[in-house]
Design a protein around this ligand. Sequence first.
Ligand code: ADP
Ligand code: F6P
Length: 483
Amino acid sequence: MSSKPREWKLEPASFVVVANRLPVDRVENPDGGAEWRPSPGGLVTAFEPIMHRRHGAWVGWQGAAASQELEPFEHAGLALVPVPLSSSEVEEYYEGFSNATLWPLYHDAIAPPQFRREWWDTYVIVNQRFADRVAEVAAEGAVVWIQDYHLQLVPQMLRRQRPDVRIGFFLHIPFPPTELYVQLPWRQQILEGLLGADIVGFQLPGGARNFVRLVRDRLGLETLRDRIRTRDGRDVLARAYPISIDAKGLHELAAGDQAAERAAEIRNDLGDPRVLFLGVDRLDYTKGIPERIQAFGELLAEGRIDPDHVVFLQLAIPSRQRVEQYRQLRDDIDRLVGRINGEVQRIGRPPIIYLHVSYPRVEIAAFYRAADVMVVTPLRDGMNLVAKEYVACRQRDDGALVLSEFTGAARELRQAYLVNPHDIDGLKDRMVEAMNDSSRNKAQRMRAMRRQVLENDIDKWASMFLDDLERLNGTPAAREAAG
Ligand code: ADP
Ligand code: F6P
């Protein structure tokens, strides 16, 4: 899917969302032209419906290195403000500091974080560029909502330039335990950067508590429960707001004829298996993809599942492909899938189908509809929207969700078949249990989870955060601006 942008006259915006990525990536064609394609990841999934309903401007990187600044433009009804990054900035700020330092550190150091001073220097420069761009587009007294670990210095930088605006920050990934966080050579600057916001939001209460403890112990600030008093006398709220999805919209998309027909076709193309297991992830080492494939392979080898009647379909959208650990992961999974499929002694369809393709939403909804057992096994995940998407797409109280305890979603989806993905034997047992459980048990579990997801959707999430931001008095200048 792609479409041409329309240039947009930049009016000061009273609601501004700032994220590393725009919802579309600029892709250059061989003929020298360019097109915009949907960009990957949970943040875009969550924010697209919010921006369609609340309007405002979305400030972000265009997903590829650029030599010149692009003008703001309108795309599919959204007002987008691109921030350019050079190729060395993509390497040092995005692939380096964001994805090889912060990402592993904040995900329990599953991969060793790398600390490089030149990456940090570029992170500061790029954060300043985002802050400058926001300062230009935000109207007097605007609400500015900054997203994720790429932009943790922007709240403080923006407040210095624009004390009139209200600033919210939301971290989409886990905030690490203090013992891990303190490894970061720039720990103080990042804490101070975040404290530029009026609200610092986290996926889980544990993340908010870690943050409050750090600012008290490391910066010596006064704290009371979820409130922090800054040196300049402001109160900052640090609180959990578990993110969600456009549950109703996705449920309706999955209910439509197009998704229903595609779901039937998918099962048919897979040889009409009795049981279809499904995995849907960005190809990331935090997602526990090798663990679930290993578990499935052992179940096949032990004869606990029959390859004539059971298929595992794994969709993995390529991600951060120039970062070494991601390349390694891709090779490891290719080898593992090849080995397991090769060991099944028969001619015909392989038991594991592994596809690296990005699909339109309706196609993803059809995969969820088609699947009997959804397997979501991250070793650590801030939330995991895929788990919520599967639940939202069920049309009846059928299907089963195997879900890692180490996802934010596991706190809400208590009726899933919860697993510790490091425990391969336990994971195998849970996969078999989810496959063979009675329809009555499955229905009970799914009914409760559907209620949870439909009642706590993305609109409720955005309202909770923005209402809190509205209720705070904000800075003296914000109060003045508000009259
Ligand atoms: P993360 O934010 O780490 O990528 P989430 O599970 O929160 O993880 O969100 C992933 C999002 O990417 C979901 O909305 C999911 O539907 C989407 N997605 C995953 N794989 C694909 C794919 N192959 N094609 C299109 N969208 C995908
Ligand atoms: O959810 C975490 C996150 O980093 C989001 O910020 C982003 O949308 C998603 O993962 C995809 O990552 P990337 O933008 O690096 O492709």
